[in-house]
Design a protein around this ligand. Structure first.
Ligand SMILES: C[C@@](CO)(OP(=O)(O)O)[C@H](O)COP(=O)(O)OP(=O)(O)OC[C@H]1O[C@@H](n2ccc(N)nc2=O)[C@H](O)[C@@H]1O
Ligand SMILES: Nc1ncnc2c1ncn2[C@@H]1O[C@H](COP(=O)(O)OP(=O)(O)O)[C@@H](O)[C@H]1O
Length: 304
């Protein structure tokens, strides 16, 4: 039986414009998202179907805080895969969790997409790319982006995903950054709920979002400039920053003391700072830990 070991990366929303609520209750958005060169590891051990009976999907995880029952997006994705393909095989999933939960780093969605990629490799009659993307989107709004290995633009409720044009992607790939998260998490449902409560005040217009993206793509090929800070935008920050002032205080401090461009990822609470080559990384990490305590999560990585 085959065993696959796959990386399941975290993501950062470099630009996140939530543009309004849809009839189905979800929100439309325009987002530039990039996977990080860091994340969880998923080992997938194939279990053959015996006597034309279905074999089970099971999950273990080294982090006791992560559910390992049907609430886990890995098992949801696996069952969705079976329903879509009729595949009778099973799998033992073993997840090594590094991505903090409720951070806006897309850990659960990434795990689900990674599970789908694994099962599609194991299945005798795999889904094509369009079918796999549709299936991923049915598991979670943020899942489909993780079927790509580089920066993408995500639209709709997150289900319409296209790779960034190469010239723009090249400006992001390999870019160093620090990702840091305080001890508290923020629930995605809460963050969208705050936008609904403030509607229509908190929404960005789709036109302004597309213009921001187009402006950045226009100058992205100009090597004499580094316009990354002009791309960074997130209208989920208002609610999170109002409730948790530790977040904006930290970002202001990193700009003031180290001149760093920063932002919050997704619904938070993780934030990121771009690291120039000569950045005093140890000093920056120390500043984060001094303010947020030793329980703060800090990782130095780069965009994939
Ligand atoms: C905000 C974002 C930005 O990338 O990321 P995270 O902060 O969660 O990482 C995503 O839109 C999160 O996507 P995801 O976490 O997959 O959301 P889902 O599981 O589908 O839905 C969780 C909750 O968010 C709401 N939701 C989600 C996506 C969307 N486009 N509109 C919504 O209103 C749903 O109504 C639901 O209450
Ligand atoms: N494989 C998984 N890894 C982490 N969380 C998961 C997973 N499957 C389901 N969840 C649940 O998803 C919720 C959000 O998790 P996560 O994807 O890490 O956050 P975020 O949406 O902020 O990026 C949590 O309530 C968690 O219990």
């Amino acid at each position: 039986m085959r065993t696959l070991t796959l990386q399941s990366p975290a993501k950062i929303n470099l630009m996140l414009a939530i543009t309004g609520r849809r009839a189905d209750g979800f929100h439309d958005l325009v987002s530039v998202v990039a996977p990080l060169a860091w994340g969880d590891t998923l080992v997938v051990e194939e279990v053959a179907a015996a006597n034309h009976e279905r074999s089970a999907f099971t999950l273990t995880c080294d982090d006791p805080g992560v559910p390992i029952d049907q609430a886990n997006l890995i098992l949801k994705a696996a069952e969705a895969f079976r329903a879509a393909t009729g595949w009778l095989g099973g799998a033992r999933f073993a997840l090594t969790k590094r991505i903090p939960v409720g951070a806006g780093l897309g850990g659960g969605s990434s795990n689900a997409a990674t599970a789908l990629r694994a099962l599609n490799t194991l299945a005798a009659t795999p889904l094509d790319a369009v079918e796999l993307a549709r299936l991923a989107a049915s598991v979670g709004s943020d899942c489909a982006l993780f079927l790509h290995d580089g920066p993408v633009v995500m639209r709709g409720r997150g289900d319409r995903v296209e790779p960034l044009p190469e010239r723009a992607a090249a400006r992001l790939r390999g870019r160093g950054l620090l990702v840091f998260k305080p001890a508290f998490a923020i629930s995605t449902a809460w963050a969208y709920g705050r936008l609904v409560a403030a509607a229509p005040g908190g929404y960005a217009t789709a036109t302004a979002a597309e213009e921001r993206l187009a402006r950045w793509m226009d100058v992205a090929g100009d090597r004499s400039r580094d316009p990354i800070a002009e791309l960074v935008f997130n209208n989920m920050e208002s609610a999170a920053f109002a409730k948790f002032p530790a977040l904006p205080l930290m970002l202001e401090r990193l700009l003031r003391e180290f001149g760093l461009a920063t932002g919050m990822s997704g619904s938070g609470s993780a934030c990121f700072a771009f690291l120039p080559d000569d950045a005093p990384v140890a000093e920056i990490c120390a500043a984060v830990r001094r303010a947020w305590g030793e329980s703060a999560f800090v990782i130095q990585t780069h965009l994939q």
